[in-house]
Design a binder for this molecule. Structure first.
Ligand SMILES: [Zn+2]
Length: 355
């Protein structure tokens, strides 16, 4: 639940909260779940100097509080009856600056920059301070406007985890995310984790795919009569089993032809290129699994290495950045100096090869 709130704590114009447009977000996480504010405070602390750009793409959380359930409440009684089997929850409030939804955007290029911003932000926070978001969805991608400039913000870090944190071990087995955007492997009945960086990248792919096929403009959904796009509308109401199968078809088809609406036609190339990389990645993963089975059958212990984090290098950060840093033949803004240099060098390599 999200509410607009105002600060009435002190006389007018004496408190810096009064200048801000604030929202209060209420949720009921389990008591063991790390607060979004803890993650964001860690980012503010560690993301400095050359990397400070990332703070423009994260929510500005200024306060958070937890209210435990009181003695004698239904929660408390359930705990007494069920003991460890009952997961205790708290009422958690977070106060942050209000952000704008994607409908606020005007052009396809603005949307592309916002998605590219979110991709870059996700990478920075994953790399250092090593936090994995785990819930990429259309609703969690917001827009922040400052001094006439627009910034894409990756919002809602309440399902995030510290990378390699063993205390989070058991919970990482649970599926987390928003169904239409979850990586297809996570929606399989056989899913056992771990949640990897590339699963969030696959979510970014589905998020863009649904957005540019189901919206005729950022603030206008396509009419249901247009049956071609309607088949993807049902993703918003489908269960894991259906979505696992449908998305498996999307990533494993050699004939991917997304029904992008005319306004978003520039995204056609992005989507088909990203799908190409997913397609190649999952094909190599299948080959790897077959080889491993053969080797096991012949009792050979020479297992060929395969990087599951990036699907054998096909769906890595670098590969995706190569696609997303250009939209409709125009350069988008790449924020980190390190990546500006890498992409420039790669583009020059590509150009000289073309010649
Ligand atoms: Zn105040």
């Amino acid at each position: 639940m999200v509410f607009r709130v105002e600060c009435h704590c002190c006389p007018p114009n004496t408190c810096d909260w009064q200048e801000k447009k604030l929202v209060l977000k209420l949720s009921f996480p389990s008591t063991t779940r790390v607060s979004e504010r803890t993650f964001m405070d860690r980012c503010k602390e560690l993301v400095q100097g050359e990397h400070a750009w990332v703070l423009n793409h994260l929510p500005d959380i200024i306060w958070s509080f937890d209210i435990p359930f009181r003695a004698g409440s239904p929660q408390d009684n359930l705990k007494k009856k069920f003991g460890d089997a009952d997961e205790m929850r708290v009422l958690r409030g977070v106060i942050q600056e209000e952000l704008k939804p994607l409908v606020y955007l005007k052009t396809a290029k603005e949307c592309a920059q916002v998605f590219y911003d979110v991709f870059q932000c996700h990478h920075r926070v994953w790399k250092y301070p090593e936090i994995l978001h785990r819930d990429i969805s259309q609703g969690n991608i917001m827009v922040h406007e400052k001094n006439g400039k627009i910034y894409g913000v990756l919002n809602d870090w309440d399902l995030a985890i510290w990378l390699n944190n063993e205390r989070d071990g058991p919970t990482s087995l649970f599926r987390t995310g928003t169904k239409p955007y979850m990586a297809h492997e996570q929606q399989s009945v056989n899913w056992e984790g771990p949640h990897r960086y590339r699963h969030n990248m696959e979510s970014i792919f589905y998020m863009m795919f649904l957005f540019v096929c189901l919206y005729s403009k950022p603030n206008e959904k396509v009419s249901h009569i247009e049956a071609n796009n309607y088949e993807y509308e049902v993703w918003h109401r489908s269960d894991d089993c259906f979505l696992h199968l449908t998305k498996s078809t999307v990533v494993n088809t050699a004939l991917f032809d997304p029904p992008v609406t005319p306004f978003f036609i520039g995204f056609f190339l992005w989507l088909t290129e990203l799908q190409d990389h997913l397609f190649m990645g999952f094909s190599s993963l299948r080959i790897h699994i077959k080889q491993a089975a053969k080797q096991k059958a012949s009792h050979s212990d020479k297992l060929l290495p395969f990087d599951k984090e990036t699907l054998g290098g096909h769906f890595s950060y670098k590969q995706i950045a190569m696609i997303l840093h250009i939209f409709n033949n125009e350069q988008l803004t790449t924020h980190g100096l390190e990546w500006q240099k890498i992409l420039e060098a790669l583009s020059q390599d590509g150009a000289s090869q073309d010649e």
